[in-house]
Design a protein around this ligand. Structure first.
Ligand SMILES: [Zn+2]
Length: 185
């Protein structure tokens, strides 16, 4: 069965974006652990870059050290796909879901598309579509990779979903379905 590397963004000395009483590092981890459960239940091997509130490289590392450590975990495990889970932040108005992949990666785009489609299929999330961005983790992973921004922690309506355990399950199941769609295409 495929090996999936899940990367809950931020953690430890880096909480990520904070808003509406939530810290991004916590939401990313909660959802990623639920994705892990969903995928393991259907036989996938899952590698996590972190399973607690920690820095992966070490506290206050540079971005390339911290993100490089996450890529190393995926690459050393020979992961078949890499999925990084984040929440977006901008202002109170911006909202919705987007998934990023490395420009030029055909498989990364496919993976991103399946995950984005499942997340939008939940309903009630604005579809911001697929985006390309030279993100460190999508560029330096050997596996097809994407980074999904579940919703905006800075938007009260999106944040209410991100902080709601029922929605956290929905987000997780959608990401997991996106991964299984990718492998059953
Ligand atoms: Zn983030």
């Amino acid at each position: 069965m495929p090996i999936v590397c899940l990367d809950p963004g931020h953690g430890g000395s880096d909480p990520g974006a904070c808003g509406n009483g939530l810290r991004e590092c916590d939401i990313n981890l909660i959802v990623a652990l639920k994705v892990k459960g969903c995928l393991q239940a259907v036989g996938y091997q899952v590698i996590m870059t972190r399973e607690t509130d920690v820095d992966v490289f070490g506290p206050d590392a540079t971005a390339s050290q911290e993100l490089g450590a996450r890529c190393d975990i995926s690459n050393n495990a020979g992961a078949d796909v890499f999925v990084s889970i984040h929440c977006n932040a901008f202002n109170e108005v911006s909202n919705g879901t987007e998934t990023l992949y490395c420009d030029g990666s055909v498989k990364g785009k496919l993976l991103a598309g399946f995950i984005q489609k499942q997340l939008i299929g939940l309903g009630d999330l604005t579809d911001r579509g697929l985006k390309t961005n030279p993100l460190y983790v999508t560029k330096h992973t050997d596996a097809p990779a994407c980074l999904t921004e579940l919703a905006f922690i800075s938007n009260p309506k999106d944040a209410a979903k991100l902080g709601n355990p029922v929605w956290q399950d929905e987000f997780a199941r959608a990401v997991a379905r996106g991964v299984t769609d990718y492998f059953s295409q």
